[in-house]
Design a protein. Structure first.
Length: 221
């Protein structure tokens, strides 16, 4: 497994807390980070021989891992900003709502950092117009919600194209385009911050705004 391990493998005393009278960031567990090692990460249902160019991955010593959530297959590595976000959500069946809320909070943080106006596209992508800039997924363990997202800051998109096959399922807005034509990055859009700088900025933004943003969505104990 990959990013979801950061939450699910922690001792439960470190998991997010249920809602209390004193609402604070302890109701949420989130982390922005950049991994320096290139990895291909499948969703829970993806098959490596369909979604990845396995021979290219082996040739470049890129491991193929799997996460618990849905969504498509991604390449993570230098130049990608990763977000893992978890809390106890009231609505067990509200994944679409929670995609929209978490994505919007991230979009707000990126706008403050100098990105142009981004939006949600497809099922849960973050995009600039018709170009994808982030992929996201959600894993549920009843009320516990674990969201995972990967934002393209300044990765080598040509290398991503070598490692990934054309996806077996794609959103309508992709319109059959290859990875080079479909993907963009925050730096191409004019945001000068590196992935590590954006990690610091987004972490601080979430710490300031997350409790108020989700105050009506946290499960009461």
């Amino acid at each position: 497994m990959w990013m979801d391990n950061w939450v699910l493998n922690l001792p439960k005393k470190y998991w997010p807390k249920y809602k209390s009278q004193d609402l604070n960031e302890n109701s949420f567990l989130f982390r922005f980070f950049e991994t320096k090692r290139n990895v291909v990460v499948l969703s829970s249902s993806n098959k490596p021989d369909i979604e990845a160019n396995v021979l290219e991955c082996e040739k470049n010593n890129v491991p193929i891992l799997r996460r618990k959530g849905g969504g498509g297959t991604v390449v993570l590595g230098e130049g990608c900003l990763i977000l893992t976000f978890a809390f106890y959500a009231k609505d067990v069946f509200g994944n679409n709502k929670y995609f929209q809320m978490i994505n919007q909070l991230w979009i707000n943080a990126l706008k403050e950092a100098g990105c142009p106006e981004l939006s949600q596209n497809g099922i849960s992508d973050i995009s600039f117009l018709d170009k994808k800039i982030a992929g996201t997924s959600i894993f549920r363990k009843k009320h516990l919600l674990v969201y995972q997202g990967s934002l393209l800051v300044n990765p080598n998109i040509e290398f991503i194209s070598q490692l990934l096959a054309h996806p077996s399922r794609e959103p309508n807005y992709r319109q059959g385009r290859d990875h080079n034509s479909f993907l963009t990055t925050t730096q191409k859009l004019g945001c000068p911050l590196t992935a590590s700088e954006l990690a610091d900025h987004c972490q601080a933004y979430f710490q300031q705004h997350v409790a108020q943003f989700f105050q009506n969505e946290i499960l009461n104990k």
